[in-house]
Write a protein that binds this ligand. Structure first.
Ligand code: G3P
Ligand code: CA
Length: 275
């Protein structure tokens, strides 16, 4: 890859630099920014009072702990059933220290949930944004809330004047609803590992090209045939989630347009863009 190609390759910090700090926490995003990534990826859940928060799971029990809780103790319930204020009372970093003792830091204890708006306020157009609407069928109105928030922060078009935004989702219906509220913002259809198992890849990608500008496939779906079928239809290809150096090499060699990774430093190093 030439240096020009490396510069056009999108390094997407998956949940922040989440290999090194608790996913979706300030330290994870700050680290990604220090590394010099092209995009930050917040997974979005919507709270009971309509706030969009950076949080992967629909439920609390993997990454949120009750205040003052003991080791291994986790909160219960669904994110969408709590208001932002209630959610902020929970702690979201301790799980990481317990699960990854070799990467644990005292500063990761006591972290609280971050909203997408706070991220936008902090970094604005200094980085690209790659929000994912998570389980939109459980929180009606999420598409409009996201479009409104992006518009309020000046992200209304293709992005040259205000940084890049790509909106991703596993749900075609949600992407099409989002298009009604923000027609000019590019959309990326996520595909799980089984998405093309019983259908020809060309058929799947032809359909995606009718309503999206990119595709985010599970990395194992991507081979030369997949890539050609996507590029011929004008779709960006951003596979997820690739931390393995050999798999990074394979996908870079095939010619993908970027990668979601928990370890952006590793990918930047490969691209000759020193973190
Ligand atoms: O958004 C791409 C990839 O992150 C999809 O999987 O579960 O990590 O959000 P997940
Ligand atoms: Ca995601």
């Amino acid at each position: 890859m030439t240096s020009a190609e490396a510069a056009g390759f999108d390094v997407i910090a998956h949940r922040g630099a989440s290999a090194y700090a608790p996913e979706h926490s300030w330290p994870a995003y700050e680290l990604a920014m220090e590394m010099g990534v092209d995009f930050l990826e917040p997974d979005l859940q919507m709270t009971a009072d309509g706030e969009l928060v950076a949080f992967h799971d629909p439920t609390l029990d993997r990454t949120a702990s009750p205040p003052g809780g003991g080791r291994g103790e986790r909160a219960r319930g669904a994110v969408r059933e709590l208001t932002l204020e209630e959610l902020r009372r929970l702690e979201v970093g301790r799980w990481f220290n317990e699960r990854h003792p070799e990467r644990a830091r005292p500063g990761y204890e006591g972290l609280t949930v971050v909203t997408f708006e706070e991220l936008l306020e902090r970094w604005g157009d200094r980085v690209g944004w790659y929000p994912e609407m998570k389980n939109p069928e459980l929180t009606p109105g999420m598409e409009e809330a996201l479009a409104t928030l992006l518009e309020r922060h000046g992200f209304t078009g293709a992005g040259e004047e205000r940084g890049r935004v790509l909106v991703q989702c596993f749900s075609r219906a949600a992407l099409e609803r989002f298009r009604e509220f923000a027609p000019a913002l590019p959309r990326v259809q996520l595909l799980g590992p089984e998405a093309v198992s019983d259908r020809a890849v060309e058929g799947v990608l032809a359909e995606v090209a009718e309503y999206a500008q990119g595709v985010g496939p599970h990395h194992r779906l991507v081979d030369a045939r997949f890539l050609e079928a996507a590029h011929i239809r004008g779709l960006l290809v951003h596979p997820w989630t690739v931390d393995d150096p050999a798999e990074m090499d394979r996908l870079i060699g095939l010619g993908v347009d970027g990668l979601f990774t928990n370890a952006p430093d590793r990918l930047l190093e490969k691209l000759g863009r020193r973190p």
